[in-house]
Design a protein around this ligand. Structure first.
Ligand code: SF4
Length: 325
């Protein structure tokens, strides 16, 4: 395969005829790549994940996996699609039935997908070892294991069917920092060992910085910046990215001096502001921003940004420095 594993081309999702949860999203993800998705609640991250796993349908544009349209893949063989693309939810542990022992919970998908039980049990044993889970966990109920172990069980269940794509929504939420670190290391290891491709949503920028090759920043249904993670974290180009990163001093203590606190809530997607959707909260908004909607465009360093005055260019950098004082 030469093209991207996952390709979203000009994807929009409109509810009730006029409410746009996703607005002209274009994104390619290569096999083996990890893309991190960040942005406040209401930015469209979860909707994008739902579209990718077939739980929501784009109203415009195309979503393709290995060059084949998603709707055609699902229509041709829904179970094969499920095996290929797995969704790991924030509340994955809650989705495990409390009345079933973990061993049975793990064997359940084998029957649904008509897979060989013995081969499945061998895979469970292999995955238990890879995920650092003791054999005894199979005899326990989900509430009898620790939060970190329960999260690993949910990952194991997602891996049971041999997926190639994992879409994970807040995979480390609610875990202690040290357990989070272990889980990130585990996800990185599994990616290499099992040839996985990840799309990971997280509010935790430290998680994204550690795991993602590329980070996509969303605001009000649009991609506002897409960049290699190291480039983004060392110098964001979009004012919204800069504001998000500046609220996390652990990432870069130097940015504490230029901390930008976003005022107010993200506007409603029902009636987004005209011009640049971020102009009502942007510290460097100018008249042009209110009148003219910026397009997502490539910068010379390879990243993409949706801003008239990117911070990587002199005009934007000077305005941002003045606003931060
Ligand atoms: Fe801010 Fe204007 Fe850029 Fe929008 S286009 S992010 S308002 S500077």
């Amino acid at each position: 395969m030469t093209g991207p594993l996952i390709s979203l081309a000009d994807v929009s999702l409109v509810f009730d005829g006029n409410v746009g949860a996703l607005n002209h999203i274009s994104l390619d993800i290569a096999k083996g790549e990890t893309v991190g998705l960040v942005g406040e609640s209401g930015s469209g991250k979860t909707t994008l994940c739902r579209v990718l796993v077939g739980l929501a349908e784009a109203t415009a544009g195309t979503v393709a996996i290995e060059g084949r349209p998603l709707d055609a893949l699902i229509a041709a063989d829904p179970l094969a699609f499920r095996r290929k693309v797995q969704l790991l939810l924030q509340d994955a542990v809650a989705s495990l039935s409390p009345r079933m022992r973990i061993g049975r919970l793990l064997e359940e998908p084998l029957a649904i997908h008509g897979m060989d039980l013995l081969a499945g049990r061998r895979r469970i044993a292999d995955l238990l070892q890879r995920l650092g889970l003791p054999q005894g966990v199979l005899d326990k109920y989900p509430h009898q294991v620790s939060g970190g172990q329960a999260r690993r069980v949910a990952i194991l269940r997602a891996l049971m069917l041999g997926p190639s794509i994992i879409v994970a929504d807040e995979p480390t939420a609610g875990l202690d920092v040290s357990v989070q670190g272990d889980l990130i290391n585990l996800l990185v290891e599994l990616r290499g060992d099992l040839g996985l491709t990840y799309l990971i949503v997280s509010h935790n920028l430290n998680v994204i910085r550690r795991i993602a090759d590329r980070t996509v920043v969303m605001y009000l249904g649009q991609i506002v910046e897409a960049a290699p993670t190291t480039a983004l974290f060392s110098g964001p180009a979009h004012p919204y990215s800069a504001a998000l990163l500046s609220t996390n001093p652990a990432i870069d203590p130097r940015r504490r001096r230029t901390r930008i606190v976003l005022e107010g809530e993200i506007p409603s997607v029902v009636s987004p502001p005209p011009g640049c959707r971020f102009h009502t909260r942007c510290p460097i908004a100018a008249a042009r921003c209110r009148a003219e909607e910026p397009q997502l465009r490539p910068l010379p360093d390879g990243r993409q940004v949706r801003c008239h005055f990117p911070l990587t260019e002199p005009e934007g950098a000077a305005a941002f420095a003045a606003a931060a004082q």
